[in-house]
Design a protein around this ligand. Structure first.
Ligand SMILES: C[S@@+](CC[C@H](N)C(=O)[O-])C[C@H]1O[C@@H](n2cnc3c(N)ncnc32)[C@H](O)[C@@H]1O
Length: 487
């Protein structure tokens, strides 16, 4: 470990400027380098990182009761609940103890691509940045680290970022922002996040940690004795077998498509450029596509009732509002039909073996993100998505999010000994939170881990930002240490 000792001289200086309380810290606990608070604390990614640097958490806030209770179990800090209830300067001053470092992963939905993008206008969540701002204004800690989704840097044409920075600068902080992903630090997860750092002492002493592009392996976080607490549904396993057979059947000399493979377009000829099925149903309300010589998915006849026609046109093409398809969809349809025509000699037998028509729509699609790799489906990380079964190289895990049960990544048998879901404990390793207790229900654990900040990334930033509060005992910053494979 690139460890740190407390720099007693700095703490002494600190005590002089900050008064008796910090002085008491120096006298009372020689192990404590600084005090920090953890706002929107969640599972406590910031807490884990800063305690490794010998900081002491003196306040946290987390609205979700189960996470608040877990914070107490993990860190022995009784967290405040809803930060909206900490209103007014006096209440802040009274309830929030003095500290040198403020951390906050303020809620990101208002700024995220997946959310409504209302930003600061989101009165329930977007304004929580201003709560952070109030606490900084009233308590004036020396440093802060804020985390959010990278889209916050582009939100509202970059205006949100400049607003945040100028509001923080008005408080006297020097501010900088950069984005990092755990895989930049040798952790097998791609998860880009924006980090704002601020300092009342300027940022001349500070340099962002270097991103190193060394390859990572999901194997590093897998526990080989682990068993998933939940079995993979039969239909999912069959879909994996079906696509495994597809990969095996494809000639080695053939480059597999980099576009999504939509098997339901194999054998289809219904119109999709000048006109769409919905257009024909509007124009010919009685017979629809019947008698026009077109074929539906897997070459099914469309000389049938309107209800049957609807079920034989793929779900991506059968909505009554779809009178024109966007260019990207037209391209995917065309590419899939051409791919099928050029490869019928091995695809037709595959269709007869598996009857993909009998699978739900998402299982009829494959996203092959492992171009050039050996085509054994059990070598990969798989994820069931609305857009299809995604097959990913085992270099990194899919970014952790609040997975639904179906979206939890599946590890191929050659990676994990058997096909199984990745466990919450393994996901915790992906967030560098291996040492803490997790929510007891798997789904709550995936959700909390999907919201958490990666502790190693925070530590790499914090040990550079907080140099004035710490004294390195080893020249090696901790982010350069290799990730230890889990037992
Ligand atoms: C993006 S997550 C931050 C996660 C945290 N940094 C971690 O490492 O787990 C935001 C957290 O803020 C909490 N939260 C949202 N609104 C809140 C509020 N008004 N007061 C306190 N906590 C809130 C959510 O429950 C969620 O756990």
């Amino acid at each position: 470990m690139g460890g740190y000792e407390i720099n007693m001289r700095d703490l002494g200086d600190q005590a002089e400027t900050d008064g008796a309380e910090i002085g008491a810290v120096v006298m009372g606990s020689s192990r404590e380098a600084f005090r920090f608070i953890d706002l929107f604390a969640g599972l406590g990614g910031f807490h884990v990182a800063l305690t490794e640097l010998k900081g002491r958490g003196v306040f946290a806030a987390e609205r979700e009761p189960k996470l608040k209770a877990l914070y107490k179990v993990n860190f022995d800090v009784e967290a405040w609940g809803d930060l909206n209830e900490l209103s007014g300067d006096e209440a802040i001053d009274f309830n929030v103890p003095d500290h040198q470092v403020l951390t906050a992963g303020f809620p990101c939905q208002p700024f995220s691509k997946a959310g409504g993008q209302l930003g600061f206008k989101d009165t329930s969540q977007g304004n929580l940045f201003f709560k952070v701002h109030d606490i900084l204004r009233v308590k004036r800690p020396q440093y802060f680290i804020l985390e959010n989704v990278p889209n916050i840097l582009k939100h509202n044409g970059g205006h949100t970022k400049t607003t945040i920075i100028s509001l923080l600068e008005e408080l006297g902080y020097s501010v900088d922002v950069e984005h990092f992903s755990p895989h930049d630090f040798g952790i097998p997860q791609v998860r880009d996040r924006a980090y704002f750092v601020g300092s009342l002492h300027g940022l001349d002493h500070f340099e962002w940690p270097e991103k190193h592009g060394d390859p990572t392996e999901i194997q590093w976080v897998l526990r080989h004795q682990a068993h998933s607490t939940r079995a993979i549904p039969e239909q999912t396993l069959r879909a994996i077998d079906m696509w495994g057979d597809f990969l095996r059947s494809s000639p080695a000399s053939l480059k597999l498509p980099s576009f999504p493979i939509w098997s339901m377009e194999f054998g289809a000829t219904y119109p999709y450029v000048e006109e769409t099925p919905a257009g024909i149903w509007a124009r010919r309300p009685v017979r629809g596509l019947s008698g026009m010589g077109f074929k539906g998915s897997f070459g099914q006849s469309l000389d049938c009732s309107l209800a049957d026609q609807l079920s034989r046109i793929p779900s991506h093409a059968n909505r009554s509002v779809d009178l024109n398809f966007p260019k990207w969809k037209q391209n995917f349809i065309r590419q899939n039909r051409e791919f099928y025509q050029a490869n019928r000699q091995w695809i037709d037998p595959w269709i007869s073996r598996w009857n993909p028509k009998g699978f739900s729509s998402s299982f009829q699609k494959l996203e092959w993100n492992a171009q050039g790799e050996k085509r054994d489906i059990d070598n990969f990380v798989l994820q069931v998505r609305a857009s299809g079964l995604r097959v990913k190289r085992p270099t990194t895990s899919p970014s952790l999010i609040a997975f639904t049960q179906t979206q939890v990544p599946i590890l191929g048998a050659n990676l994990a000994g058997e096909r199984r879901y990745i466990t919450p404990v393994e996901c915790a390793e992906l967030q560098s939170l291996g040492g803490i207790q997790l929510p007891s229900s798997d789904i709550d654990a995936y959700k909390a881990l999907g919201n958490a900040v990666n502790a190693r990334v925070v530590k790499a930033i914090a040990e550079r930002l907080l140099k004035g509060l710490l004294r390195p005992v080893s020249g090696i910053p901790s982010d350069l240490e290799p990730l230890r494979a889990a037992e």
